[in-house]
Design a protein around this ligand. Structure first.
Ligand code: JHZ
Length: 405
């Protein structure tokens, strides 16, 4: 029996997505024979209410010198991070010589706004290539994983932090107890830890099961976050829903008793209980919803293949690896995936081995149907792809339901 990574309670998977490769393990045909697979199986801990993967590949296998995801590939996300940085500066930052630390600072998409404002800052980023991209933007970056040990090193060099910030990072870190311990050391008495991640409430409501993949070892709720940090002398003081990544939640955490706990915390927890996020039965229903979604998507794709329609994937997202592998999508269903990230182009998608091509391959010869793997960027993509619709093309989406648009 597996143990909860947070509280040590016995847990077991409520479903399996089967054998799964690394979500960002884009590869060339000569690498197919050595491709790494693990079992992607999420579990719910009925003691601390944390949804987590039973098994996760080693962090070094996922985040390294050739990590494929660069945050600055979406204009909307760049704007979101600028707002996030400005909001922190306006509402939460200390007044005298403040110091901001960002965990998993990627290519510096958020921290560069603090850098520009002349604020002392440090990014902690384990993937060497994206860390280098951040330095190129004038963002002070250290290539490391964050935990209690790194926190001690930072304190020795820079002193305590006013703000510790993280976006789409916390849910990637298996040893959260070490992170919480590090935060408890590094944070000033009145400082804030502010982080956001895809939200469990949205995943359950929309059956967006593709948020579950190797890198996302947790899918958080206010209930689980309060518990995880609560046992380290920290307290959830506010939650702020975000529209990014198909529905995310921003969590604001301080030292216990140092801040007023805002009404948003109790309201979110009440919503989560009403949705059943604290009950095992909810996850059984989620599994059935995933199976229904998979059947509907494959029925649509098989029908298109039978009719000889050209289908192309749009956005070689990490999420799409769960979808292609779980549903059994092959190059027979999807001719190629168009993606703007240079490091993904010319390679094949993990598991399904669908070729990834530059955007031009899509724009120069529109397919009949575009399968929208980057559904979380739908607004931005629909706005710039009016030509595809005008050509008679149709979008196939699968969140919250399998539909043609
Ligand atoms: P996107 C990543 O997930 C990985 P992914 C990570 N694990 C995480 O937690 C989340 O981000 C937050 C392309 N694209 O943002 C670029 C186009 O081709 O949904 C990207 O490859 N054209 C850290 O990978 C992909 O799609 C476009 O117009 O699921 C988008 O990936 C746009 C907008 C994107 O994140």
């Amino acid at each position: 029996m597996a143990k909860c990574r947070i509280c040590g309670n016995a847990i077991s998977a409520f479903m399996t997505f089967g054998r799964m490769p690394l979500a960002n393990g884009f590869l060339t045909p000569d690498q197919f024979k050595d491709e790494y697979f693990f079992e992607l199986a999420p579990a719910f801990c009925d003691s601390c209410h944390t949804v987590q993967l039973v098994d996760q590949p080693a962090p070094e296998a996922m985040f390294h010198g050739e990590y494929a995801f660069f945050s600055q590939t979406s204009k909307a996300m760049a704007a979101h991070f600028e707002r996030f940085a400005n909001d922190t500066m306006a509402r939460r930052l200390g007044k005298t010589d403040p110091f901001v630390v960002e965990l998993g600072s990627n290519d510096g998409i958020m921290l560069r706004h603090f850098a520009k404002a002349g604020i002392r800052h440090l990014g902690i980023e384990p993937s060497a290539n994206v860390a280098e991209a951040a330095r190129g933007q004038g963002v002070n970056t250290r290539c490391a994983f964050f935990g209690a040990e790194t926190a001690r090193e930072i304190m020795a060099e820079y002193g305590q932090a006013d703000i510790i910030q993280a976006a789409n990072v916390m849910c990637h870190i298996p040893d959260l107890n070490s992170v919480a311990e590090g935060v408890a050391l590094l944070l000033k008495p009145d400082g804030f830890l502010i982080f956001e991640d895809p939200y469990l409430g949205d995943v359950i409501r929309k059956t967006s099961y593709d948020q579950i993949y190797d890198e996302h070892v947790y899918v958080f709720s206010a209930l689980s976050v309060a518990r995880i940090f609560g046992s380290h002398g920290l307290e959830l003081v506010a939650v702020e829903p975000q529209v990014t990544h198909g529905g995310s939640m921003r969590y604001v955490i301080g030292r216990k008793g140092r801040h007023v706990v805002e009404a948003s915390v109790a309201a979110a927890m009440a919503d989560e209980r009403a949705l059943g996020l604290d009950k095992a039965a909810t996850y059984d229903q989620f599994r059935r919803n995933c199976e229904a979604s998979k059947d509907a998507l494959m029925a649509a794709l098989n029908d298109l293949a039978a009719k000889g329609k050209r289908v192309v994937g749009y956005g070689a997202t990490s999420k799409s690896t769960t979808v292609t592998q779980y549903c059994g999508i092959t190059p027979k269903h999807v001719e190629f995936i168009s993606d703007t990230t240079p490091t993904k182009q010319g390679k094949c998608s993990p598991g399904a081995h669908i070729p990834v091509k530059p955007y031009d391959a899509f724009a120069s010869s529109y397919p009949d149907v575009a399968l929208l793997f980057a559904w979380n960027h739908a607004q931005e993509i629909f706005a710039k792809e009016e030509g595809f619709k005008a050509s008679g093309g149709r979008w196939l989406v699968y969140v919250p339901e399998v539909t043609f648009i």
